[in-house]
Design a protein around this ligand. Structure first.
Ligand code: PEP
Length: 250
């Protein structure tokens, strides 16, 4: 059976003291739970090292929200894979729709980042998803297929065993509108079949595909019980201990 993974994408929220408070509370609450779900928290860069320290000795993992595809050099304001590794990060979110739309990241840039993360020993949470306009024009599968193919271009099956895909319909991110369990399951199944065609049944069956987009305690159970949904990438609801822990326990 595939593992379930719930990751919290904090976006540009929480300073250092807020990070310590939230992570300590999540840690304490999850201590009381017997959930087998893998949990990842993705705070801003400035909180990563502290998050790793606070979570030492627990099974909760730390991820970054972005990184650059080059190893080092004149890239003012950027952070490299090696820097993330050096503070104890295990995961990195790549291709989030906010990176694609606000910061102009293309499939090619995301592909370079995914390659760099994997070759550096970081596990990418690779995000794909269609806009509302694309869904209403019946382009969901076409868009998701091209994001998956381009984002993973030139990457071998062997390297992909450490990658998670997050299906995040752009129209559901931070909007309070969630894809119905059936809508989400349909796209997850499509992605799993695509991975099977591009790589193998084995990779496709073992690949963790998270759903993201306004997941809340009251819709998580139904979403996560779909056969091809293996947990979630959580934005807003990951900033409150109660809602995040309740989603993990879903
Ligand atoms: C996200 O940022 O990845 C996300 C899914 O946000 P929200 O849960 O707030 O929709």
């Amino acid at each position: 059976m595939r593992r379930k993974v719930v990751a919290g994408n904090w976006k540009m929220n929480m300073n250092l003291s807020g990070t310590i408070e939230l992570i300590s509370a999540i840690k304490n609450e999850l201590n009381k739970s017997d959930s087998k779900t893998e949990v990842i928290v993705c705070p801003p860069f400035t909180s990563l090292e502290t998050a790793v320290t606070v979570l030492k000795g627990t099974s909760i993992k730390v991820g970054a929200q972005n990184m650059h595809y080059e190893s080092d050099g004149a890239f003012t304001g950027e952070i490299s894979a090696d820097m993330l590794k050096s503070v104890g990060c295990e995961y990195v979110i790549l291709g989030h729709s906010e990176r694609r739309t606000i910061f102009g990241e293309t499939d090619d840039i995301i592909n370079m980042k995914v390659k760099k993360a994997l070759s550096s020993g970081l596990k990418p949470i690779f995000c794909v998803g269609e806009t509302l306009e694309e869904r209403e024009s019946n382009l969901t599968e076409k868009v998701v297929e091209s994001q998956v193919k381009n984002g993973l271009s030139g990457i071998s099956e062997h390297e992909l065993s450490d990658l998670i895909i997050a299906y995040e319909p752009v129209w559901a991110i931070g909007t309070g509108k969630t894809a119905s369990p059936e809508q989400a399951q349909e796209v997850h199944k499509f992605i799993r079949n695509l991975i099977s065609k591009l790589y193998s049944d084995n990779l496709s069956e073992n690949l963790v595909i998270q759903y993201g987009g306004s997941v809340k305690p009251d819709n998580a159970v139904e979403l996560f019980s779909q056969p091809d949904i293996d947990g979630g990438l959580i934005g807003g609801a990951s900033l409150k201990t109660d809602s995040f822990v309740s989603i993990v326990n879903s």
